[in-house]
Design a protein around this ligand. Structure first.
Ligand code: MN
Length: 162
């Protein structure tokens, strides 16, 4: 599977970088396989789940946050790719700006795909291992068939540990 070129057009179009302290991106320094979750107290609290791939952070907004219970599937709404610099962003996005509210780091570490990450994402089932401070072990992201309002919904699921 061919690597995708980093594309931050959607990310940049949503933001006014004169008004938000968030990074504009583009000064990419690939790290490898960074994983992080940011707790984002926006209009609605959610957890931003991010996996580094191809020079960007693939991103999902998880309204209820992750759970270690394998029987409890958590909605993960696909959102635009974020720049790698976003991994070290924390602070306050001003009200009135996209995603206005406080962003704090909730977990970080690295991840590894089980199988080919590009193929799995395209196929709608990504299995991966997390090596974070809080979250570890095997997880999956499974794309749902029906997506509402132009959104692509996934489920974030913890795999049963041995
Ligand atoms: Mn967010």
């Amino acid at each position: 599977m061919k690597k995708q070129k980093a594309n931050l057009t959607r990310y940049q179009a949503k933001r006014d970088f004169r008004k938000t302290p968030e990074p504009a991106g583009g000064k990419t320094t690939p790290h490898g396989h960074r994983y992080l979750i940011q707790k984002h107290a926006a209009h609605r609290l959610h957890y931003d789940f991010r996996l580094e791939l191809d020079g960007v952070l693939k991103s999902w907004a998880v309204p209820r946050g992750p759970t270690l219970d394998p029987h409890d599937k958590r909605l993960a709404v696909e959102v635009e790719d974020h720049p790698l610099e976003y991994a070290s962003f924390k602070g306050i996005i001003p009200h009135g700006q996209y995603g206005g509210g406080t962003v704090m780091l909730w977990d970080e570490g690295s991840w590894e795909a089980v199988g080919d990450a590009h193929h799995s994402l395209q196929a709608g089932k990504l299995v991966f291992r997390l090596h974070g401070q809080r979250l570890k072990g095997e997880w999956s992201l499974v794309r749902m068939r029906s997506s509402k309002g132009g959104r692509t919904n996934w489920l974030l699921i913890k795999k049963q540990d041995e």
